[in-house]
Design a protein around this ligand. Structure first.
Ligand SMILES: [Zn+2]
Length: 318
């Protein structure tokens, strides 16, 4: 029997005008419960919960250093469909002692109705926005801090915003903004809004160092000037949240030289990616990525001339 959902899956929704897409999706959601996309892992005594915000299409047109044909091949090699591949946007809840932190805050309303699901998934964990004491921002792009604000107000009323000072320097520079042009104004405006709204609760840091007990900032510049990973350590366990080291995981692990249009300094981003991939393989580090398939945790191994990811084991309850 051909149901309404089958018809939508066959592409009718994709053909509908964008303004029709939301009601159609809403109808599909009404038919089936949406399960929470929240997955908790233990890193020693620290609990890290991956929270999904949604996913976005990142086709070959947003990448540099690869053509559509090689993109399709890389996708198929990793059992992904090149025509429909979407990259997730993940954030991570960290619960350590009596601190409740969020690494990034999703997109909020900044990037359309397929995203902005972080708050619902956070609620599923039993944590309220008021409980968040700290937002650790990997960088100030809209898919990482857009969800920290809504309508000119902070969505996390008690949270300090921890971020790399190099981000503020870059996004608040009028000359750089002008040079970047109209097409990039949204990125600058959003970063500025977030900094304004959290104005009395800003905690900038510079370089490498501890930003919270057991959590160390690791500058990974290139994607943005202050792009930063957060290394979590407790006892013998550790996890590096590497943020945007890859955006299109199947392609950029296979070929780390491929860069994305959102890189502020693509050359430096590729160098940082190559160096970090080398290190996480050598050190057998558990990593988590903002744009690695949810829940986004895994180990990296060498594969041919590039790399591949082995997902972290599912954390079965005791
Ligand atoms: Zn991102």
């Amino acid at each position: 029997m051909l149901t309404r959902r089958h018809l939508m899956a066959s592409g009718a929704a994709a053909l509908a005008a964008p303004f029709l897409a939301r009601p159609v999706l809403a109808a599909a959601h009404a038919q089936a419960p949406v399960l929470p996309a929240a997955q908790k892992f233990a890193i020693g005594d620290i609990s890290v919960t991956a929270l999904n915000d949604g996913a976005l299409r990142l086709g070959p047109e947003v990448l540099q250093g690869i053509d559509a044909e090689d993109y399709a091949t890389a996708m198929r090699d990793q059992f992904r469909d090149p025509d429909t591949f979407r990259a997730p946007v993940n954030a991570f809840l960290i619960q350590s002692g009596d601190t409740t932190m969020l690494v990034d805050a999703g997109t909020g309303g900044a990037m359309g109705p397929d995203l902005g699901r972080l708050m619902g998934n956070l609620a599923a964990t039993g944590v309220a926005p008021e409980d968040i004491t700290t937002i650790l921002a990997t960088h100030l792009h809209p898919d990482h801090v857009g969800g920290a604000i809504e309508g000119g107000a902070a969505l996390f009323p008690n949270a300090e915003l921890v971020f790399n000072e190099a981000e503020r320097t870059f996004w608040t520079d009028d000359a750089i903004m002008q040079q970047a042009g109209e097409g990039n104004a949204m990125f600058f405006n959003l970063a500025r809004s977030v900094l304004d709204i959290y104005g009395d609760r800003l905690k900038p840091f510079s370089g490498e160092g501890e930003v919270a007990p057991g959590i160390t900032a690791m500058p990974l510049p290139g994607h943005t000037p202050g792009h930063t990973g957060f290394a979590i350590a407790s006892g013998d366990a550790s996890l590096l949240i590497w943020a945007d080291i890859v955006h299109v995981t199947p392609v950029q692990l296979a070929n780390p030289a491929v860069t994305i249009g959102f890189d502020v300094n693509p050359e430096q981003a590729a160098e940082t990616r190559a160096a970090l991939l080398d290190r996480v393989v050598a050190d057998r580090m558990l990593i988590a990525g903002s744009h690695i398939d949810f829940p986004g945790l895994g180990h990296i191994m060498q594969a041919g001339e590039g790399y591949a990811i082995i997902d972290a084991p599912y954390p079965y309850a005791d």
